[in-house]
Design a protein around this ligand. Structure first.
Ligand SMILES: *[C@@H]1O[C@H](CO)[C@@H](O)[C@H](O)[C@H]1NC(C)=O
Ligand SMILES: *[C@@H]1O[C@H](CO)[C@@H](O)[C@H](O)[C@H]1NC(C)=O
Ligand SMILES: *[C@@H]1O[C@H](CO)[C@@H](O)[C@H](O)[C@H]1NC(C)=O
Ligand SMILES: *[C@@H]1O[C@H](CO)[C@@H](O)[C@H](O)[C@H]1NC(C)=O
Length: 264
């Protein structure tokens, strides 16, 4: 992107006009939520503070994200309580991860089981800017047409420079797995561990850099931003890891590390 179009784009963003063809790599077609109203979301960054994925807090020590966001525990930094990534707001809490637990069945070819737990070195302090997200019960379903909300900071362009970015959010309906898995769409690539959400006319979606972030329906995180084809394409909705398929794994994993700590 050249400088003039970047500037035009920022300007358009300021007057809240969609600038989809240029800012493709962020939540597409969404809006900026009230600052600090989405308190469970975290930014996952490199140690030199480049945002690359989202995640969400499920308790003071644990974050859920996508397995494909695993760049190695020693390269990651977790930021909670953030809104603008470029402005210091005094509400941020930066914590290093202690360990990462990508799902053992994660397959980067099929994208199946794209979920990861991150344990923090120190507990996050819960306050009016940071809280925890609720999860659905094991195997809880969410029906087609239910409107959910996905949030994230999007990403820099593949070539580099980051647009000053505040959190974005967009509301999307659930699309049935049947429709999403059909030959008109993902043609057999959707597993029972995935959820699809988006509009059949396209225009609204999560996008690269939103990966790992929460899709919230009825006050619980039913989806983790996982993959797609392009962004906001009418034919291809966003694909999310179905959190309810992993609720037992999440609880068991957290419990196993908890008991291990207590033994020593
Ligand atoms: C991933 O899935 C593909 C297709 O089912 C399979 O061929 C491959 O062995 C799997 N990879 C791993 C690491 O399990
Ligand atoms: C897995 O996700 C990538 C995008 O991250 C996509 O290009 C690829 O087609 C997906 N794999 C399958 C088997 O659908
Ligand atoms: C869908 O998948 C089937 C079986 O894998 C394949 O034969 C067909 O060509 C695919 N259709 C499209 C539109 O890609
Ligand atoms: C999607 O289609 C493939 C191929 O037909 C099938 O194996 C898979 O179980 C389907 N997924 C769901 C969620 O039904």
């Amino acid at each position: 992107m050249d400088l003039p179009s970047l500037l035009i784009c920022i300007l358009l963003e300021v007057v809240a006009v969609k600038c989809q063809h240029i800012v493709q790599e962020r939540i597409v077609g969404g809006y900026a939520p009230v600052p600090h109203s989405i308190k469970y979301i975290v930014s996952i960054q490199t140690r030199d503070r480049q945002h690359f994925c989202g995640g969400f807090l499920i308790n003071k020590y644990w974050i859920v994200s996508a397995a494909h966001c695993n760049i190695g525990v020693h390269k990651m930094l977790i930021v909670a309580g953030d809104y603008s990534l470029t402005i210091y707001e005094g509400t941020e809490q930066e914590i290093l991860p202690h360990l990462v637990v990508p799902h053992p069945a994660y397959n980067s070819t099929t994208n199946n089981s794209d979920i990861m737990l991150i344990k923090l070195r120190a507990p996050i302090y819960l306050n009016s800017y940071v809280s925890i997200a609720l999860l659905p019960r094991q195997d809880a379903t969410i029906s087609e047409g239910r409107v959910c909300r996905v949030s994230g900071w999007g990403y820099t362009s593949p070539s580099g420079s980051q647009i000053p970015s505040t959190l974005r959010t967009v509301k999307l309906p659930i699309i049935s797995s049947g429709k999403c898995n059909s030959s008109e769409s993902f043609n057999g690539s959707i597993t029972e561990n995935m959820l699809c959400a988006g509009y059949s006319i396209g225009g609204k979606d999560a996008c690269q850099g939103d990966s790992g972030g929460p899709l919230v329906c009825d006050g619980r995180v039913y989806g983790v931003v996982s993959w797609g084809r392009g962004c906001a394409d009418a034919q291809f909705p966003g694909v999310y890891t179905a959190v309810s398929k992993f609720r037992r794994w999440i609880d068991n994993t957290i419990f196993s590390y908890y008991s291990r700590c207590n033994k020593f």
